[in-house]
Design a protein. Structure first.
Length: 252
């Protein structure tokens, strides 16, 4: 079966530093893969190359067999590659519902008419409400986004991403900056997305218990290179991975 997304010798160099170095990677459809590696390993840079935020120095990204070399980040999103960021990216002065509704509107390519009340767009509003239920924010829909906790903003960002209905979700440290009390809720959201079975998910995360629980496979980046790729059990038992990364991780 053809992978939904793959890279061929993907590399990017900043000055004399190879941030991503010749990474060959592929991922089957509806698979959940996590990316781990120490700080500076190239994880977020790799995501930026997949999503089109950065242009590779060498190599290519392929989506459903087609090269993405000439596709911008916006075009890749429209094609089905959705990306979240380490820093929350919401509209702070709009309500939670308005944030998601705008994302649905963008996906449906609907322009609101200034003199027509938004309730006339019932289908779009209902889609937004359904998504807020999926990310456990239906009780906050009329609250301004800037009044949400950090964890709730992360859930809202995932909701906005789901509203675009991408085939691939690139989730960059969704629990970053959260309190311990907030982490279980975001885990519940990600578990529910995976359980639906209709998304391909690529996750960057540092919490190993979360990674092992969620992942079908794990890839390890080290100094910009692909060190290993396998099942969670294979990665945990890989001595090279343990020496390069995991020993230090469990002491964090």
């Amino acid at each position: 079966m053809q992978p939904i997304i793959r890279t061929e010798n993907l590399s990017i160099q900043f000055g004399g530093h190879l941030a991503v170095n010749g990474v060959n990677f592929e991922m089957p459809e509806k698979h959940f893969k996590s990316i781990i590696g120490p700080n500076g390993a190239g994880k977020t840079t790799f995501f930026n190359l997949l999503s089109g935020e950065l242009t590779p120095t060498a190599g290519e990204v392929f989506y459903k067999g087609a090269s993405l070399a000439k596709k911008t980040a916006v075009e890749r999103t429209r094609m089905g590659i959705g990306r979240s960021f380490q820093i929350t990216n919401v509209f702070p002065n709009l309500t939670v519902l308005e944030n998601v509704r705008l994302a649905v509107q963008s996906k449906e390519k609907v322009r609101f008419q200034m003199l027509r009340h938004f309730l006339h767009y019932e289908k779009i509003t209902q889609q937004a409400i359904d998504i807020l239920e999926q990310v456990l924010l239906s009780g906050k829909m009329n609250q301004l986004a800037n009044q949400l906790s950090h964890g709730e903003k992360r859930k809202l960002e995932i909701g906005m991403l789901l509203a675009l209905d991408p085939e691939i979700l690139l989730l960059d440290e969704p629990t970053a900056g959260m309190s311990l009390e907030e982490v279980p809720a975001i885990l519940d959201v990600i578990h529910a997305i995976k359980a639906r079975g209709d998304k391909t998910i690529l996750l960057i995360e540092h919490k190993m218990d979360m990674i092992i629980d969620l992942s079908d496979s794990i890839m390890v980046l080290f100094n910009g290179s692909l060190l290993a790729d396998g099942t969670p059990q294979e990665i945990m038992q890989n001595e090279t991975v343990q020496q390069a990364y995991l020993g230090g991780l469990y002491n964090d």
